[in-house]
Design a protein around this ligand. Structure first.
Ligand SMILES: [Zn+2]
Length: 77
C-alpha cells in the first residue's frame, strides 16, 4: 500500500515538471524514510508495552509484576 502511494507521489512530482531523476530520488528517500519511521515506531511500541500493561492501573508490567499495585501489596509504600 505504501509503495502505491509513493508511485502516485512520483507521478505527481513528474507531473509538476520536476526532472524524473529528482522525482525518483525524492520518492525513494521518502519511501525508506517511512519504512524506517514505521519500524522504529513498532519497536518503540513493543518496548513501551513490554511484558504487558496492568489491568488495574495501566502501568507497565516489569518482571511479571506491576510496579504500583504489587508494591502496595507488599506494603513497601
Ligand atoms: Zn497496577
Amino acid at each position: 500500500m505504501l509503495i502505491v502511494g509513493i508511485l502516485f507521489f512520483l507521478i505527481g512530482l513528474m507531473g509538476v515538471g520536476l526532472p524524473a531523476i529528482y522525482a525518483i530520488i525524492i520518492s525513494i528517500t521518502i519511501y525508506f524514510g517511512i519504512r524506517i519511521f514505521v519500524a522504529r515506531r513498532k519497536k518503540m511500541i513493543a518496548e513501551s508495552v513490554g511484558e504487558g500493561i496492568c489491568a488495574k492501573c495501566g502501568s507497565k508490567i516489569e518482571n511479571q509484576k506491576c510496579p504500583i499495585c504489587d508494591r502496595k501489596k507488599l506494603g513497601n509504600v
